[in-house]
Design a protein around this ligand. Structure first.
Ligand code: PLP
Ligand code: ZN
Length: 470
């Protein structure tokens, strides 16, 4: 391989490599996930993380320091897979790490030890923008004009925003399930003009379909099986380190859904350590909702570990078979992590291995109580995000985290993404139940209603104005 950046199969018994211009979302040979890797020796690398401070003078300037304005591309030497001219940025990643002692005190942390990383402050209101900027930049570099994703909401909101801000613009296509999306998120996809297909099925069904469609119609896939998205999400950890004066925290706690974010964090720390830019890695805690706890089951009940990449695939298939046989559907108020077959499972196992990680599950009631605490003592977050703080509380009680360790909880999405959940918590009233949607045709000039489509390939193709290729 002569390129400075390329893709490699994460299966240690395969390790097939592909150029970054090859569009595929799993290894052609063995179907495992792909990683983006770099030949660091041949790239200009900073000697220390302090190097990035020279961009602080230009990071407020949109006009001059276009790339420095972005909280992702400010660290471009650490994700060097696109030329600067190809980058698609909307000023993502200008987020805050907030020390939060009032909340810390409520759950028993010592002062000065709890930090909240507010990724809800991204342009589309969730951390997804960190990854979208990276994947869109690659799509632009490869001249793609149509992009698609399946989404529990935030991925579609982010994709829709980036699609209409790209130059040239791209068509954003969004697959959502039936009745499983917070209105704040759906409203964004519609408003930004994405073609929204509401498939009769859950998230996992949507993901299966969008992958088939991407493959058959040559549409660029933006779900987190896209390894370039995870490259962008590494920057969340760079910003955490930056805000802590380049000190590595003791713990990073993150909610786990499709497991892309935790995987990106693990990759970020592994690379920084290999490059000698940090001396140790933090421990990682991944928090599932009880109603969507596949990772928790696999790791804690079935003892599945990364095992150098030779993790026990039979145990995973066995669990999935049990779920299939019992027609199991995940169910949690934290809709952003309502996922039962996390596509990045192997990479998450690797992140747990690199960061001596733990996995926990927290119930919806506990999530909502912690969401209310974040609202009372912080800037608020959506339900899935509060799983990280709920997880911290649990790990404190279990004495796995001690009150004087430095802990960063990732607040993945903005409070206003899901106002129904908040109003219901505070009033006991289910707003949606009170107002069933009336059967009307929208009259707005820019109205962009979702189209209902059966969970069927041909029907989906025809909704996209195409016929299913044979
Ligand atoms: C996507 C999302 C998650 C889950 O992240 P994964 O990378 O899928 O594990 C958690 N919280 C919010 C708000 C999200 O949008
Ligand atoms: Zn392979």
């Amino acid at each position: 391989m002569t390129e400075k950046a390329y893709q490699i199969c994460i299966n240690p018994d395969c390790q097939a490599t592909y150029g970054i211009d090859q569009i595929l979302f799993s290894c052609d040979k063995c179907k495992s996930l792909l990683d983006v890797v770099y030949d660091w020796e041949r790239l200009a690398l900073p000697r220390s993380l302090e190097y990035f401070e020279h961009r602080w003078g230009t990071k407020g300037l949109w006009s001059e320091g276009r790339l420095d304005f972005s909280g992702v591309w400010r660290f471009r030497e650490l994700l060097p897979f696109v030329p600067n001219e190809a980058v698609v940025t909307i000023g993502e990643g200008r987020t805050l790490l907030e020390q939060c002692d009032t909340l810390g005190r409520q759950i028993g942390m010592k002062p000065g030890r709890l930090f909240l990383q507010y990724e809800g402050l991204n342009p589309s209101g969730s951390f997804k923008d960190n990854g979208m900027t990276a994947a869109f930049s690659l799509a632009r570099m490869l001249g793609r004009r149509r992009v698609a994703c399946a989404s529990t909401g935030n991925t579609s909101a982010s994709l829709a925003m980036f699609a209409n801000k790209s130059e040239p613009p791209m068509q954003g296509i969004v697959f959502i399930g039936t009745g499983k999306i917070a209105y704040g998120k759906l409203s964004q996809a519609l408003d930004y003009g994405a073609l929204t297909l509401q498939i009769e099925g859950d998230f996992d069904a949507c993901l299966r379909r969008v992958m088939q469609i991407a493959d058959k119609l040559g549409i660029y896939l933006m779900n987190s099986v896209n390894p370039f998205r995870l490259e962008g999400q590494k920057a969340i950890m760079y910003r955490v380190l930056e805000a802590l004066g380049w000190q590595v925290p003791d713990w990073v706690i993150v909610p786990g859904g499709n497991l892309g974010n935790c995987s990106a964090f693990g990759k970020a720390f592994r690379e920084l350590q290999e490059l000698g830019l940090i001396k140790r890695v933090p421990r990682l805690a991944i928090i599932n909702a009880t109603g969507a706890n596949t990772l928790h089951q696999l790791v804690d009940k079935h003892k599945v570990t990364w095992n150098g990449g030779r993790y026990d695939r039979d145990k995973v298939s066995a669990l999935y078979k049990v779920m299939d046989d019992s027609h199991y559907l995940p169910h949690t108020i934290a809709s952003a992590i309502e996922i039962s077959r996390p596509v990045n499972l192997p990479k998450a196992l690797r992140a747990l291995d690199v960061c001596k990680g733990v996995v926990r599950e927290v119930s919806d009631d506990v999530i909502l109580e912690h969401k209310a605490l974040v609202g009372r003592y912080g800037f608020g977050c959506e339900p899935a995000s509060a799983a990280s703080v709920a997880g911290l509380n649990l790990l404190l009680k279990q004495q796995i985290i001690s009150p004087d360790e430095n802990v960063v909880c990732i607040l993945t999405g903005h409070e206003l993404k899901d106002p129904d959940a908040t109003v219901k918590y505070h009033t006991g009233i289910d707003m949606k139940a009170l107002t069933p949607p009336p059967a009307v045709t929208p009259t707005g000039v820019c109205a962009n209603p979702p189209r209902r489509v059966a969970d069927d390939l041909e029907a989906i193709c025809s909704a996209l104005g195409e016929t299913l290729p044979v």
